[in-house]
Design a protein. Structure first.
Length: 262
């Protein structure tokens, strides 16, 4: 695994500098003009992502329909920095995310909707999401329900696809793939390390290790929008979304980075 402590020290210095410089302005904007604060928050997240050394390669076009339910695979807290950079939507996350150091704070400030994913609380969670959709707000959902190792897509839960079926909200599947390292295909062992999927791995040591790498190329594939009226059930919609995201992952690993274009 790459080891460049000096690089990590510099990147952590930049992260702290961004935090000190932008946070007061960000806090004020959220108090006086929340929509403008959320837009600034995307700029804030983008700077954090760049400080860590993650470069975006975006394929496809972002849905222009409002609201849209964006559904993505999930392998790391870095996904928040990646998608939060350019997707104008609220994240939907398990309530434990609010307790994450730093990232939990950022997620909360960006208006993340925290829900209880236990079986008995699904109905309440669905109603909460419908309230935001009724206000015209787009959502970002991780249907796997947990993080993976980044080399595969876990089965999608179908429960929260019910909000798309009930409110006739379009769904856009998104694949996030940590595919490159300094412009070269990422080795398998490094792909797995990009994923923060083990409870035995603390966040800050994981981030410290990532910060010692060079530049990581993140391929974000925006798949065609799906209309819920074309599906007979939420299960069919979730399966179609899963298959699109899975194809995106396989495609990102199969093609050279030079061919990963918009």
């Amino acid at each position: 695994m790459p080891r460049a402590p000096i690089v990590a020290i510099w990147r952590f210095f930049l992260l702290i500098l961004v935090f000190i410089t932008y946070t007061p302005f960000y806090w004020v904007l959220l108090k006086v003009n929340k929509p403008l604060g959320f837009r600034f928050g995307r700029f804030y997240l983008s700077n954090w992502r760049k400080c860590i050394g993650h470069q975006l390669i975006i394929k496809g076009e972002l849905s222009k329909t409002n609201p849209t339910l964006f559904v993505s695979n999930h392998s790391s807290y870095i996904d928040i920095l990646v998608l939060g950079t350019f997707v104008p939507a609220r994240f939907v996350a398990k309530k434990e995310v609010a307790q994450w150091p730093i990232m939990g704070w950022l997620a909360t400030q960006q208006g993340t909707i925290y829900i209880d994913r236990s079986r008995n609380a699904i109905a309440d969670g669905t109603e909460k999401l419908i309230e935001y959709l009724d206000r015209g707000e787009s959502l970002i959902l991780f249907p796997e329900g947990t993080t993976s190792d980044g080399c595969r897509i876990l089965p999608f839960g179908s429960s929260f696809f019910d909000v798309a079926m009930k409110k006739n909200v379009v769904v856009q599947p998104i694949t996030v793939t940590y595919a490159g390292w300094d412009g070269l295909p990422m080795p398998l062992c490094m792909r797995k390390f990009c994923g923060w999927f083990s409870p035995d791995i603390a966040m800050l040591p994981h981030l410290w290790a990532l910060a010692q790498w060079g530049t990581v190329q993140v391929v974000v594939h925006l798949h065609p929008v799906m209309n819920p009226t074309e599906f007979s059930s939420r299960k069919d919609l979730s399966v179609a979304s899963f298959e699109a995201v899975q194809r995106g992952l396989l495609d990102a690993f199969a093609k050279p980075l030079s061919e990963q274009k918009r």
